[in-house]
Design a protein around this ligand. Structure first.
Ligand SMILES: *Cc1c(COP(=O)(O)O)cnc(C)c1O
Length: 420
């Protein structure tokens, strides 16, 4: 039995499933709003605190406009994400642009929007200047190399393709200043799905120390420190969420000792978290098609890895519940699979669950970030729809499912003219 919650009872979910048809991702608006509010409240001491929601985690306009109402900015990493931000009414420095291997058209659009551009490399100073001109405000993504260790999902910083290394970071600020930058930010992103509280405190301390060093060596005072994303969520029922109040308190101590005492205060403190904001409040709901017995017992769903890649890519754990059967003994061991012709298309391997029969609804938890968004069309699989469970209990379709026409829309058939 788990402490993992789902906001609806079995009958309510059956009603939604019969109206909209499975599979679908369902997002809980109330819980998402509460999660942002708690984050912002935890950092109420921090000057200009803001979370720039990482669009890639859940690129749905309805979800992002809810986050906008709650005071979030957006962190974009591509041209379509910038255009989405623009369409939703994010303006100027409400947009953070954190890209790598960036093409000129993305620099141009980010600059046109007045976004805070986070350069990924010292050579990008010139790329930006050549393509878009150089803005007054510029930020750099710092890669601390072997000063920090990463984790399984993101890898070791010194192996990473991202960010400005230690021995170039001071020169990067000098160069940007020589090109006309007058306002500066500093950013890093070294962890992904990290649950260790002290990791985030250490990251803040590292950036605060670097800000002091930049000031001492160049005279440049950064006005914004972006602590990145990567705050993890407890995918497993026995894991604990990051203690935001504790992390905030300890970061505040470092702020006082490093930023205030060195005359850099005020520095805006921001994050660009995606996962923590929406991850736990999205659910993939699917119906059981077949239960089969081979050398193991398999439960085949009407969803597949096109709807949720994390278990296949990372071996990630996603909790699974069977509405209406939560209280039954979990005495059956199943692999929970999709229908894709890849044996990695499994949502769970050797999972103890109650006895499952065809027609049961299955809830796969924690799909609200890096869930739908990572999907693909391999094997001609079409991605599912997205639904919003509104605060007052109504359900809204916020993205339709892909259709066969969508799938065919980029193709040329031999007997048809190619339309560009
Ligand atoms: C993916 C990403 C994020 C968001 O990460 P979460 O794990 O969803 O918090 C933030 N910043 C950058 C640069 C990223 O690549």
């Amino acid at each position: 039995m788990s402490k993992k919650a789902f906001p609806l009872g079995k009958n309510e979910l059956e009603n939604i499933a019969s109206e909209y048809q499975t599979p679908f991702h369902l997002y809980d608006e109330k819980a998402i709003r509460e999660s942002v509010r708690y984050f912002i409240k935890s950092f109420s001491w921090a000057p200009g605190f803001k979370n720039y929601f990482a669009v890639k985690a859940c690129p749905n306009p309805t979800i992002i406009s809810i986050l906008k109402e709650e005071g979030c900015g957006v962190d974009c990493s591509s041209l379509p994400e910038l255009l989405l931000a623009d369409k939703l009414g994010f303006r100027g420095e409400e947009i953070m642009f954190t890209s790598n291997d960036t093409p000129p058209e993305e620099f141009i659009e980010a600059n046109r929007l007045g976004a805070v551009i986070n350069l990924d490399d010292i050579t990008h100073v010139q790329s930006l200047e050549k393509s878009a001109g150089f803005p007054e405000m510029i930020s750099f993504r710092y890669n601390p190399g072997d000063l920090r260790s990463g984790n399984f999902i993101i890898g070791e910083p010194k192996e990473a393709k991202y960010g400005v290394p230690r021995d170039q970071i001071i020169d990067a600020y000098r160069l940007a200043a020589s090109r006309g930058a007058r306002r500066f930010g500093l950013h890093t992103m070294v962890a992904s799905n990290e649950l260790n509280d002290s990791y985030f405190v250490e990251t803040a301390r590292m950036l605060f120390e670097l800000a002091v060093k930049i000031k001492q060596e160049t005279g440049i005072g950064v006005e914004l420190i972006n602590l990145g994303g990567g705050i993890g969520i407890p995918y497993r029922p026995d894991e604990e969420a990051v203690d935001l109040k504790l992390v905030s308190r300890e970061i505040h101590d470092h702020y006082k000792h490093l930023i205030v005492e060195n005359g850099l205060d005020p520095v805006k403190i921001v994050y660009e978290c995606g996962r923590m904001i929406t991850g736990p409040y999205g659910y993939l709901v699917s119906r059981v098609r077949h239960v089969t017995r081979k050398y193991k017992d398999f439960v085949g769903l009407d969803a597949c890895m096109a709807d949720l890649m994390r278990p296949a890519i990372y071996g990630a754990y996603h909790h699974i519940t069977v509405p209406g059967k939560e209280g039954l003994p979990h005495d059956h061991v199943y692999d929970i699979t999709g229908s894709l012709c890849e044996n990695i298309d499994k949502f769970a391997v050797n999972r103890s669950l109650p006895k499952i029969t065809p027609g049961d609804l299955i809830v796969i938890h924690d799909t609200g970030a890096h869930g739908y968004a990572m999907g693909f069309n391999y094997n001609g699989k079409l991605r599912s729809k997205e639904l919003l469970l509104k605060e007052e209990g109504a359900v809204l379709l916020i993205r339709r499912a892909e259709t066969i026409d969508d799938y065919f829309s980029t193709l040329r058939f031999p007997d048809a003219p190619y339309k560009v």
